[in-house]
Design a protein around this ligand. Structure first.
Ligand SMILES: C[S@@+](CC[C@H](N)C(=O)[O-])C[C@H]1O[C@@H](n2cnc3c(N)ncnc32)[C@H](O)[C@@H]1O
Length: 169
């Protein structure tokens, strides 16, 4: 059995993947969270990938510091470049795993992830660890491929979902 932390992130971090995910913004991917943020809110973003959502959140909570934790070093390098390009200077990016966050209990007002739990073998363990380091809010926006539906029926989409589930398994 795969142990937590052993999983391979399915999409990888090719430039094309980072570019597609890098189109995400706080408005289009974390709008539900914005009313809970204000200047001074401390925030941890787990699995930040290209970092575009992280950069937006950092602007909302500035001058508070945002910390990002990401399992993949190549994503960290890309996200660091994005912070510099956008002039975001209140973000600290680190490699690490959501299963073992290197912070004391209650270190952040808000702990956030976007499209991360769905790739893990033990999402509840990840959520427990996020809750441990959160003081106020744990925020996650995810996809559940097991219950995904659409209407009207679309054979192409059904083939895609079958392929995706096989590859993910
Ligand atoms: C689909 S990407 C989402 C990136 C970003 N949150 C976004 O929405 O643009 C998922 C990210 O989670 C990271 N990840 C996977 N397993 C992780 C773990 N155990 N701890 C921290 N990050 C992890 C992957 O490396 C990947 O960059």
């Amino acid at each position: 059995m795969t142990r937590p932390g052993d999983e391979n992130y399915l999409h990888g971090h090719h430039a094309s993947v980072l570019a597609a995910h890098g189109a995400r913004t706080a408005e289009n991917s974390a709008a539900y969270l914005l009313p809970h943020l204000a200047p001074g809110t401390s925030l941890l973003d787990v699995g930040f990938g290209p970092g575009s959502i992280t950069a937006d959140l950092a602007k909302v909570v500035a001058p508070a510091e945002v910390v990002g934790i990401e399992a993949a070093p190549d994503a960290l390098a890309a996200a660091q470049a994005l912070m510099e390009a956008r002039g975001v200077d209140n973000v600290t990016l680190r490699t690490g795993s959501v299963y073992e966050l290197p912070f004391e209990d209650g270190s952040f007002d808000v702990v956030h992830c976007h499209q991360v739990l769905q790739y893990l073998t033990d999402p509840p363990a990840a959520l427990r660890e996020m809750a441990r380091v959160a003081r106020r809010v744990v925020a996650a926006r995810e996809v559940d491929y097991a219950v995904m539906h659409w209407y009207p029926p679309n054979p192409g989409m059904e083939d895609w979902l079958d392929s995706y589930r096989s590859a993910a398994r």
